[in-house]
Design a binder for this molecule. Structure first.
Ligand code: HEM
Length: 447
């Protein structure tokens, strides 16, 4: 039997043991004074007091987790300021946005800061996931990986619930089309009316989105983030190539670097917010749909995939991507290559080959779909989404058998699905009226 299938079978046999380890209590303090100090100070439960020097280099984390956390902090501060002006009521919400832009000194800057930080946080959380993924840093950090997936979903949910609040045309119809995509998920109809407080978007929806956005989701995010940071320490610090390396005190080595990144982000974002005004379209009009109705950019790949097929694009593609991410730390049981980009040269080759093939295949499938309108006889069976899913399965088996490694097989499959997300996002962004494709330099016909 191929080593790939032997390793896969052994990983499946070991699932109960892996799941037990997911909840393991973490490394014991071993009686050193640093550990005693840490037990006495709450902050030291979240922040390390000693770190391995190799985890301080830029290329070990690209500071992406820290950037995400800093943006989260800026969102919290600017959000509290916005709450003093904003009214979650359809009759007043839009006017409070205008007050912020035109009447209150500095109001527009705070709004732009909040908006830029929100987009930045979604982007940084996604990039941080990719860093952890392709450095195999989920290995022996299974629980923290699951906490991380929860954080990513919460970040997207926070950004999405905030999208409706300006109550302009773009916000209204973006939320309308995004929540309509839930209809394709089993049980999604009930979820949609629970979220909206009725069959359509209205005053109840605005109040629910507001409560989720300013109270429920931030509380969950802060709680889960505390667990995430605590768990990094419990797992013995960041994943590194050399676990035997002597550690150095976090002050000044880590703390000064963190302060530098924090200040650089705060400064850059404040300057950008002063130079850039957040857009505010015409007020929401429930009787005059936007054409096109477009989801926020981080969901537009799902909208594009749903336009191929509700089942393949709306359920199978996102479901399988999330499922693969959740299964990764359970099926990958190797310790070699942890903390190294792509787990070493073979992994880098697998990644580069699969991403290049998948980008070309994705672009070709999209071009075929856009020019011909697909295959009307079997729209759910033959379309760009099913094509990319089939390619992911092929990449999983070919890369796995070729390298004899479950991890590299999973890297191959995930790389194909990432390429699908990228191609569908670009395609979705280029869609114009009636969901027709326009290059960015082409003008849309008047609607
Ligand atoms: C709100 C979103 C998140 C924040 C604020 C956050 C914050 C952090 C920070 C500050 C670190 C330490 C240093 C670093 O890697 O930059 C870290 C590490 C880690 N994060 Fe996140 N994270 C978030 C989302 C995620 C996601 C989406 C995942 C994956 C599903 C994840 C999994 C991990 C893991 C496994 C580690 C340990 C990495 C290692 O040992 O090298 N995190 N996170």
């Amino acid at each position: 039997m191929s080593p790939f299938f032997r390793e896969l079978a052994s990983a499946l046999r070991a699932v109960p043991e892996t799941m037990r380890r997911v909840f393991h209590p973490g490394a014991a303090p071993a009686g050193d004074p640093a550990a005693t100090r840490m037990r006495r100070n709450f902050l030291f439960h979240l922040h390390p007091i000693r770190v391995r020097p190799s985890t301080l280099t830029v290329s070990s984390t690209f500071a992406l987790g820290l950037c995400t956390a800093t943006l989260g902090f800026l969102l919290l501060v600017s959000g509290l300021l916005l709450m003093m002006v904003y009214a979650p009521d359809p009759a007043r919400a839009y006017a409070s946005m205008q007050d912020l832009a035109f009447a209150l000194p500095g109001g527009g800057v705070v709004r732009s800061l909040h908006r830029l930080a929100a987009h930045g946080m979604v982007l940084c959380a996604g990039l941080h996931l990719l860093r952890v993924l392709f450095y195999s840093a989920y290995r022996r950090r299974e629980l923290n990986w699951f906490f991380g997936l929860g954080l990513l979903l919460l970040t997207a949910a926070l950004s999405f619930t905030g999208y409706l609040l300006p109550w302009d045309q773009r916000a209204f119809w973006a939320v309308n089309v995004s929540t309509s995509m839930l209809e394709h998920v089993p049980g999604g109809d009930g979820l949609r009316s629970m979220l909206l407080g009725g069959p359509e978007i209205g005053a109840e929806s605005l109040l629910r989105f507001y409560a989720l956005h300013v109270a429920i989701l931030p509380a969950l995010l802060v709680g889960l983030l505390a667990l995430h940071l605590w768990r990094i320490r419990k797992d013995g610090g960041l994943a590194g190539r050399d676990n035997e390396e002597a550690s150095v005190p976090a002050w000044p080595h880590l703390v000064l670097r963190e302060a530098l990144v924090f200040l650089a982000i705060v400064l850059a974002l404040t300057i950008l917010s002063a130079l850039w005004d957040s857009p505010l379209g015409p007020p929401a009009d429930p009787h005059r749909p936007d054409n096109p109705e477009k989801a926020p950019w981080y969901f537009v790949w799902i909208q594009e995939a749903v336009s191929h097929s509700a089942l393949a694009g709306g359920v199978l593609l996102p479901g399988i991507l999330l499922g693969l991410l959740a299964l990764l730390p359970i099926l990958d049981r190797r310790d070699d290559g942890v903390g190294r980009p792509f787990s070493g040269p073979a992994g880098r080759r697998v990644f580069l080959a699969t991403i290049a093939i998948a980008l070309a295949a994705g672009a070709a499938l999209e071009a075929w779909y856009i020019t011909t309108g697909g295959w009307p006889a079997h729209p759910d069976l033959v379309n760009p989404s099913t094509g990319m899913l089939a390619l992911a399965l092929a990449a999983w088996i070919v890369a796995g058998v070729w390298t004899g490694s479950v991890r590299l097989g999973m890297f191959g499959a995930i790389a194909v699905l990432l390429a699908a997300v990228l191609v569908f996002t670009i395609s979705g962004v280029c869609r114009g009226p009636d969901w027709r494709f326009f290059w960015p330099w082409e003008e849309w016909p008047g609607v």
